[in-house]
Design a protein around this ligand. Structure first.
Ligand code: GDG
Length: 735
């Protein structure tokens, strides 16, 4: 049975050493919780770093640790201190992390760190390759492992690879700054499915792919050579029930059973009936907007003196990346601000900011969620922010208000929160005031909606949806395999071919016989192609026809010396070898003077695009224009044309980076059928890559061997993956 393996920087267990013996503690983080259900259910392994650097371990210890982890279906990737420094603290946290969060001023461009990042990513991939077999699925997580998908795919193309990015993917304008942008994208594009928290990150990613690699993108599918790669958004959830149950449990404890923190909080509330708690929880990270939050709280106290002595900000900052300069400075700034606020507004009975610089046990965390009237969550950038969801899940009595930064991914799911710009101190201060004075009924109404949504889309549902989407991708890949011309299928086709007395072979040109080029004029046939065609034509039982959307002059020029038939402009023109050009159906082009100015206006506004005029069609080419602008223009143009074409009996055809307007009532299918009409072909082969070739595949007799080049859905009977495969197929016919 095929398995599903997880790859993440860290394993879902930590190692603790007591009396020289290592043992494991289960990790309780969101990712570990969500993923454990997945990889155990699908019988896979979790591949990651154990958290202990390999220089510290003797051989015996390493073997013992590997055994312990093996019992939990975990596979370690050993990392030395130097590697952790350069791959994890270096490239991951000092390059990718700040850049992807728009902190370009903090980005470290050390080439040494990049080299180590590549080497360590390769080590992760090697471990995966030892474990994963053909047909298995691998789900790779996050920004530390951006290169791993391609490293897996290039060696084992039959392993399905998913990738999820937990942090934002930045706009192209920011991403392009990175000297290694091409390599990072290439690494990610090894995945069959790329997941992001929200659509904004997905569209930024697609935009970078389009601009840097020029791949065609239809909705959320990237057509990269012979592969289809899907990008989609999956907003990560939490283990809702765990927070809800823990919250109920801690609140029902007897006074004696309660934690010290709980007792402290109760004492605070007991001193006065109108005391309020505002909660702030994050890792101490510059992306989380902690100094700005403190300044906004100071502004709130300044603007609303009636809350002095009544509102306390309880701020939990979990130590993080403490060796890095920016984090050391941040810690200092936060310490000073807390001192300043407490010094200015505090007194012997009142401390405005309670500041904890440490991690707390889970139960304490839930107590804080449960007892705080307002959650103040103001990151400058945040991929999702699970704290907001955990606060919602812990609110047993359905009261409480969230003041939430619009820069957190989670803001898109929380219309009921009060959203703010995290730099705008006045706005945050006002939002805090609104939150603290919000009537209970309104709080409950908002909280009810939030709870319903977050309960429904839990971390398990999130993981399940991602796995389902991966299964879908797998299905598409299988569909390809079902129709693929294998050696065995080729032998069958070839046997029939050899027995046939009279054969018709229809070949599309661009994307079938030759690859696409940025400049369409460069797609000239090469020697190999002439040899293949001449060999086919030399067999007098064959009638070979190139059937293309191109104009007749180009094809005539390219195939002047080849005794071949040509069908051009999607079936308008036919030239049988040795005869004159003729039109297959009567078409007119009276419409051209009306449509041409419409296209010219688009060309004027879209640098790099141009118009091609064929006898019976006009084509707007935008392959060389700025890709995103051209897509907008293409949509505008289609809209405008749709209004015009109805009355003029025209068809709008959208091809690869072209929009073609042509007279209606003619296509490759009609043309191919007319061509074989009254002739006794007993074997027909038709090959093409574009959707215009689908007409040919559906209209030809069903016993014809119709071959789609590429992985997309098709009505053809067979598929080949590339131009090379087509050439090989044609070269071997009759052998
Ligand atoms: C990254 C992305 C994205 C915090 N303090 C304590 C504690 N926590 C737990 C919280 C929460 C988690 O840490 C923090 O998660 P966030 O989502 O808020 O932020 P990041 O750590 O930056 O995570 C982020 C996330 O990945 C998932 O994709 O949402 O945008 O940056 O679960 O509860 N837990 C305990 N004690 C603490 O003191 N036990």
């Amino acid at each position: 049975m095929s398995k599903l393996h997880i790859v993440a920087n860290r394993l879902p267990y930590s190692l603790v050493k007591e009396e020289n013996e290592y043992s494991l503690i289960e990790s309780v983080g969101g990712l570990a919780t969500g993923m454990k259900s997945v990889y155990t259910e699908y019988g896979g392994k979790w591949i990651g770093w154990s958290g202990v650097n390999s220089d510290e371990l003797s051989n015996d210890e390493s073997t013992k640790i590997d055994q312990l982890l093996d019992e939990k279906s975990c596979v370690t990737v050993p990392l030395s201190e130097q590697e952790i420094l350069e791959y994890y603290e270096g490239f991951s946290n000092k390059t990718v992390w700040p850049l992807f969060h728009y902190f370009t001023q903090y980005v470290d461009y050390s080439p040494e760190n990049w080299e180590t990042y590549k080497r360590v990513n390769q080590r992760f991939a090697d471990r995966v390759l030892e474990v994963a077999e053909d047909g298995d699925t691998v789900w790779v997580h996050d920004y530390q492992l951006l290169l791993v998908p391609e490293m897996i795919k290039s060696v084992k193309p039959n392993v399905t690879v998913g990738f999820f990015l937990h942090i934002p993917f930045p706009s192209y304008e920011v991403f392009r700054i990175l000297p290694w942008r091409m390599e990072l994208l290439k690494g990610m594009l090894g995945a069959d499915l790329l997941g992001f928290h929200i659509y904004d990150y997905e569209r930024h990613f697609l935009s970078s792919v389009r601009r840097l690699y020029g791949y065609e993108i239809a909705f959320n599918q990237i057509h990269a050579g012979n592969r289809i790669i899907k990008a989609d958004s999956f907003p990560m959830g939490i283990d809702y029930e765990k927070f809800r149950k823990t919250s109920t449990m801690v609140m029902h404890k007897t006074i004696q059973e309660r934690s010290d923190l709980h007792k402290e909080l109760e004492k605070y509330f007991m001193t006065s009936p109108d005391r309020r708690l505002v909660l702030s929880i994050d890792r101490l990270d510059y992306t989380k907007g902690i100094p700005q939050r403190l300044k906004a709280f100071r502004k709130f106290l300044e603007k609303y003196p009636e809350f002095h002595g009544k509102v306390t900000l309880i701020m939990l900052a979990v130590p993080s990346r403490g060796q890095v300069e920016e984090y050391v400075n941040l810690k200092k700034e936060v310490d000073e601000l807390v001192g300043n606020i407490n010094g200015t507004y505090g007194n012997i009975n009142y401390t405005p900011v309670w500041y904890f610089y440490r991690a707390m046990p889970f139960e304490n965390l839930v107590e804080l969620y449960n007892m705080s009237d307002v959650a103040l969550i103001t990151p400058l950038r945040d991929g999702m922010n699970l704290v907001a969801k955990e606060y919602v899940a812990s609110r047993g009595n359905q009261t409480g208000v969230i003041v939430l930064s619009e820069m957190a991914g989670v803001a898109q799911e929380m219309g009921e929160a009060i959203t703010i710009n995290p730099i705008n101190e006045d706005e945050i201060a006002a939002a805090l005031h609104t939150a603290l004075t919000m009537p209970i009924d309104e709080q409950k109404e908002r909280m009810k909606f939030l709870q319903e949504r977050i309960q429904r889309y839990s971390v398990f549902k999130w993981a399940g949806e991602f796995v389902n989407a991966l299964e879908n991708v797998k299905r598409i890949q299988k569909e390809f395999l079902v129709k693929k011309i294998t050696d065995k299928v080729f032998t069958e086709i070839n046997d029939k071919y050899k027995k046939a007395g009279k054969r018709a072979i229809f070949l599309d040109y661009d994307g079938t016989l030759t690859s696409f080029h940025k400049n369409p004029q460069e797609a000239t046939p090469n020697e190999e192609l002439y040899t293949i065609l001449n060999r086919l034509i030399a067999d007098e039982r064959n009638t070979v026809t190139i059937i293309s959307g191109r104009d007749r002059y180009t094809l005539e020029k390219w195939f002047a010396d080849v005794p071949i038939n040509l069908i051009c402009e999607h079936g308008v023109w036919l030239r049988k070898h040795g005869e004159e050009w003729q039109t297959i159906t009567k078409v007119n082009n009276d419409w051209m003077p009306i449509i041409r100015p419409v296209l010219e206006r688009v060309v004027d506004r879209t640098p790099g695009s141009f118009i091609e005029e064929k006898n019976y069609s006009l084509v707007w080419h935008y392959r060389k224009a700025e890709p995103e602008q051209s897509l907008i223009r293409a949509n505008e143009l289609k809209d405008e044309l749709l209004d015009l074409v109805g009355n003029l009996n025209l068809e709008i055809m959208e091809g690869s980076k072209v929009i073609e307007v042509k007279s209606g009532g003619i296509n490759k299918g009609i043309a191919a059928n007319q061509f074989i009409h009254n002739e006794n072909f007993d074997h027909i082969i038709a090959m093409g890559d574009d959707w215009t070739d689908e007409y040919m595949f559906t209209e030809l007799p069903k016993e014809a061997v119709t071959v789609k080049v590429g992985i997309q859905r098709t009505s053809a009977n067979f598929k080949l993956e590339s131009v090379d495969a087509v050439r090989q197929f044609l070269s071997q016919l009759g052998e």
